[in-house]
Design a protein around this ligand. Sequence first.
Ligand SMILES: Cc1cc2nc3c(=O)[nH]c(=O)nc-3n(C[C@H](O)[C@H](O)[C@H](O)COP(=O)(O)O)c2cc1C
Length: 381
Amino acid sequence: MRLRHCHNFHDFRELARQRLPGPVFDYIDGAADDEATYRRNTESFERCDLVPNVLRGVDAVDLSVTIMGQRLALPVYCSPTALQRLFHHEGERAVAAAAAKFGTMFGVSSLGTVSLEEVRKAYATPQVYQFYFHKDRGLNRAMLQRAKEANVDVMMLTVDSITGGNRERDLRTGFSIPFRLTMAGMLEFARKPMWGINYVTHERFSMPQLDAHVDFGGDALSIGRYFTDMLDPSMTWDDVAQMVRDWDGQFCLKGIMSVDDTKRAAAIGCTGIVLSNHGGRQLDGSRAAFDQLAEVVDAVGDRLDVMMDGGVQRGTHVLKALSLGAKAVGLGRYYLFPLAAAGQPGVERALGLMKTELERDMKLMGCRTIAELSRDNLRFR
Ligand SMILES: Cc1cc2nc3c(=O)[nH]c(=O)nc-3n(C[C@H](O)[C@H](O)[C@H](O)COP(=O)(O)O)c2cc1C
């Protein structure tokens, strides 16, 4: 199988599966506990039907949206994800370059493998910095200041990961940073020598957002323990309100679900929220963002920008979310499998296919602009 044979999410996933050592593939593909939320994220779109209008004169379609002050040429963006250079040696560089080519936003994770400054300098497209809140308040202040000096456009605080999720696939393979592979996990790496060659012949693995503060070397700390030992489960709304004031710019909370929390986010001055269950990787049994979207848009949609992510595999999924009132939709595995499969050309192909699907679907829906999508175009089964 080759990149040119990839026509949808499932094709990219299959190519990534062929090219990655099993434990790395399972780290991307896996989710928490029984992975029920992971499955439901995509299934939730299938309970909703599109009701198109015809004969509307739709020769040209404008897919642009404005979220948190950023104009995006597409209503989708690349959500921040950890460890990208482990999936493909180009890592965040490939994702940033592809996002810039399509005029959309991308995120750099706190657990990113390229520095936020490097990609900020290389690409003018809107950039998110994804923040985890640490027990060490001095570390939080230093990281906020660093992102400010780098001129990051949007600060995105992830609040659904106050402790690590139970990823049982990783327990079985021994996937962790640093690697603590089981014998079966090691055999999987031996079966994909090209990945290993790329890994050792390119720049040494590092996490430049955290390297100065956290020692991930040797037995020092695993990523799992980073979540439990260093992140602050006692964090409250007052802490976030202080962070919003300190940042004094576009500030987004990622990983909230309840209407009550979204009202609080609006009250403390957040300019955006992402309804998200972290791709089903944290609290299994949590509600799918798409199922919760209408309630939240009705409650706070006039006070901040509501976005969502989770399970998005098709242009029609995006159109359904936008019709319910989301301002934009985040992609996770949708671009990670193409990254793992083929680096920058892979991510570009995936975003290109998404753009083509969105244009085609908008025409078939009888809509020229995103603003023309509405709940009148939807029926729930
Ligand atoms: C491998 C992987 C790593 C991730 N790392 C992070 C991260 O570091 N920070 C974060 O806020 N979200 C992270 N996420 C969650 C994504 O930003 C996004 O919320 C999720 O992937 C959306 O679901 P989807 O993959 O079904 O599209 C990660 C997701 C995956 C699959």
